[in-house]
Design a binder for this molecule. Structure first.
Ligand code: PGA
Length: 253
């Protein structure tokens, strides 16, 4: 049975006091409302250890927003999979569209990162999704296919079961524009069928596929009700406890 997950991507937001406050609010909420979906957060890297201290009892999963494609060495500014493993992080977001857009990340690099993450017992949240131009050109299914195959299809059956995929149409990220539940479902089903073709239906049914792109408290339930949508990767609405807890509630329901 695949996992249901709400993951908060904090991006480059919050000072240390604000970060600690939100972490405590999430912890408190989850203690009071222990639902059945997994709750994960991806704060800025410098707060991961703080999160680890607060969440020692595993109520909330702790993720990096990115990690290096290199193992170790002279790569100024980078954070390695081994470092994340050593602090007890649960995983890392890989291939977020902002990394692709502003840091020229490619699917080939994502492939290396996903593999490295798995080698270090980290869960990769692999992001893919088309741009507005690609959707307008009717190319969205092909784009997502290529991204999925290039970044993931060198993995073994056992490995791909450990990957979480986040479909995030670039045109919906931080824009207030959400894919309709039907648009999202179409791509989620497409991704699952690609995995089924390569690895078999049983494996495909084990992979959690999250939707990301302007998920809010008032649209979460409708999006999560789609059969191939197993939760969300949330940006803006993960930055305050009121919205984030409503989104968790929508998936717990
Ligand atoms: P958003 O971001 O919810 O603010 O659109 C989602 C994401 O980038 O993961």
């Amino acid at each position: 049975m695949r996992k249901k997950i709400v993951a908060g991507n904090w991006k480059m937001n919050k000072n240390v006091i604000e970060a600690q406050q939100l972490m405590l609010q999430i912890l408190h909420y989850r203690k009071e409302n222990p639902g059945n979906c997994a709750v994960w957060i991806a704060p800025p890297a410098m707060y991961l250890l703080l999160a680890k201290d607060l969440y020692s009892t595993q109520q909330v999963g702790i993720f990096a927003q990115d990690m290096s494609a290199y193992k170790s060495g002279a790569y100024t500014g980078e954070i390695s999979a081994e470092m994340l493993e050593s602090i007890g992080a649960d995983g890392a977001i890989i291939g977020h569209s902002e990394r692709r857009q502003y840091h020229n990340e490619t699917d080939a690099q994502c492939n290396i990162k996903v593999k490295l993450a798995l080698d270090h017992n980290l869960t990769p949240i692999y992001c893919n999704g088309e741009t507005l131009e690609q959707r307008k050109a009717g190319d969205h299914l092909n784009v997502v296919k290529k991204q999925t195959e290039e970044a993931l299809f060198t993995l073994s059956d056992e490995e791909i079961r450990k990957v979480v995929i986040a479909y995030e149409p670039v045109w919906a990220i931080g824009t207030g524009e959400t894919a309709t539940p039907e648009q999202a479902q179409e791509i989620h089903a497409h991704i699952r069928s690609l995995i089924a073709k390569k690895y078999g239906q049983k494996t495909a049914d084990e992979v959690s596929i999250l939707y990301g792109g302007s998920v809010k408290a008032d649209n979460a339930q409708e999006i999560f009700s789609q059969p191939d949508i197993d939760g969300g990767l949330i940006g803006g609405a993960a930055l305050n406890i009121t919205d984030f807890s409503k989104i968790i509630e929508a998936l717990d329901a």
